[in-house]
Design a binder for this molecule. Structure first.
Ligand code: GKR
Ligand code: MG
Length: 420
């Protein structure tokens, strides 16, 4: 079996102004849909970031995959590295971490090749990753402070302005009623830390048994982070399951870690395998967030789990704005990662569109069942892709720059990380 053709379709999906420490989401988020065809008539699917540098990387590599054997992932890696000799990162300069274009592009195509292989042998993708240890995947509700959407050209708002602790609790209640989430992650680093503490305490009061996390994405100094930990009740009997990226950079995380037993998680200071070693040496983090979009695909995410097990680190799962192909891949990876013991993050409730047949999967009590069809277990709705591709062409947004977008809401906004 050989690859005969690769199609990359950039799409734009209406987004809402979700705030974070470096700004706010633009009016659309971008994804790239990947279709890889074989001489045996199979098509493998993938979903990747759609911003300019990723898209260019995908488009550069695509023609070089002709003739590739979908079982040869080493050859895939080789072809990606040969086609992208400059390497480099894919994220906007205002982002807080960068991901290597070779890792992101490899990851995207790997999922499509695994999808093909699953389809060929009529087995779900998780079976190619060593088998499922769970088939019901728990997700946490991802809560955001947000502005009311000003420009409704590309799609409606979800929930209006949420800029106070009380409004955030209403958001959680709405998500709870709709999706049944059993844990919450708050995107912090937006309001003053005292207000974010108040929000977390109110979440605890309203949802006494939910797991709780906050992720200020490097917005706090170690001193501020220590105060937040104390205000949230400390480690034993406190409010938090873990604290995600409180401080910016490996050394600041290590400085904090030396002063607290609160488990620190990250998707900013450990995004490549080498960084796991540095993080362990410095005892900078205790939990690493997995993500098949940059941890060298689904097989890389499984390796990450194994490395974390060996290093006595926990594993959780990171997300970005995404649609159903990514959601399916996340489920397969979560199914096959034994030590992924925390509820997975997902941005899924923050959009209303879908590009897989059958529409949007339904969360039951905050969980999804891993798709059981062959491969990823999802099929592409070509009409839906075409509509979102049209939006990509009309929206004229080619990159994600949350800091630039913030100026529309706060004209004198200055990005500052850490801020407190
Ligand atoms: O959607 O604004 C966002 C998030 O901040 C996202 O970009 C992060 O990558 O969710 C992510 C995180 O855990 O840091
Ligand atoms: Mg994070």
């Amino acid at each position: 079996m050989r690859i005969t053709n690769v199609k990359i379709t950039p799409i734009a999906i209406p987004d809402v102004p979700l705030a974070n420490t470096k700004g706010v989401h633009p009016s659309v988020f971008l994804r790239a849909i990947i279709e890889v065809e074989t001489d045996t008539g199979l098509t493998g699917l993938g979903e990747a970031y759609g911003a300019a540098r990723t898209l260019k990387g995908l488009q550069t590599v695509a023609p070089t995959l002709e003739g590739l054997d979908p079982y040869n992932l080493r050859d895939l890696r080789q072809r990606v590295e040969t086609a992208l000799p400059e390497g480099g990162g894919v994220n906007a300069p205002t982002a807080l971490a960068d991901h290597k274009v070779v890792d992101v592009v490899y990851s995207a195509f790997e999922i499509a090749l695994l999808d093909i292989r699953g389809k060929e042998i009529d087995r779900p993708l998780y079976d190619l990753l060593g088998g499922a240890v769970r088939k019901t995947i728990p997700f946490g509700g991802y809560l955001f402070y947000k502005f009311a959407k000003q420009d409704l050209t590309f799609g409606p708002d979800i929930m209006g302005e949420v800029m106070t602790p009380d409004a955030l609790i209403e958001q959680a209640k709405e998500f709870s009623a709709k999706y049944g989430f059993k844990s919450w992650k708050l995107k912090g680093g937006v309001l003053h830390p005292d207000l974010e503490v108040e929000t977390m305490l109110k979440l605890r009061e309203t949802f006494p048994t939910h797991g709780l996390r906050i992720d200020p994405m490097g917005a706090w100094s170690p001193k501020t982070a220590l105060k937040v930990i104390k205000d949230l009740g400390g480690v034993e009997g406190g409010v938090l399951e873990y604290l995600e990226d409180p401080c910016r950079g490996m050394d600041a995380m290590a400085e904090l870690s030396a002063q607290t037993d609160m488990p620190l998680a990250t998707n900013l200071v450990v995004v490549e395998f080498d960084e796991i070693i540095e993080a362990v040496k410095k005892d900078a983090v205790q939990i690493v967030l997995s993500d098949h979009h940059y941890w060298r695909g689904a097989t890389g995410a499984i390796h990450l789990g194994e490395m974390c097990r060996a290093a006595n680190l926990g594993v959780s799962m990171h997300s970005n704005s995404h649609l159903g192909i990514s959601l399916a891949a996340m489920c397969h990876v979560a199914a096959a990662t034994p030590n992924l013991t925390y509820d997975c993050d997902t941005h899924y409730p923050w959009s209303a569109k879908e590009i897989i047949k059958g529409g949007r999967p339904t969360f039951q009590n905050g969980t999804l069942q891993v798709p059981e069809g062959p491969g990823l277990g999802v099929e592409l709705d070509h009409e839906a892709v075409a509509q979102l591709h049209d939006l990509y062409n009309t929206a004229m947004v080619q990159d994600r720059d949350d800091t630039d977008e913030m100026l529309k809401y706060i004209p004198d906004y200055v990005r500052k990380v850490p801020r407190w």
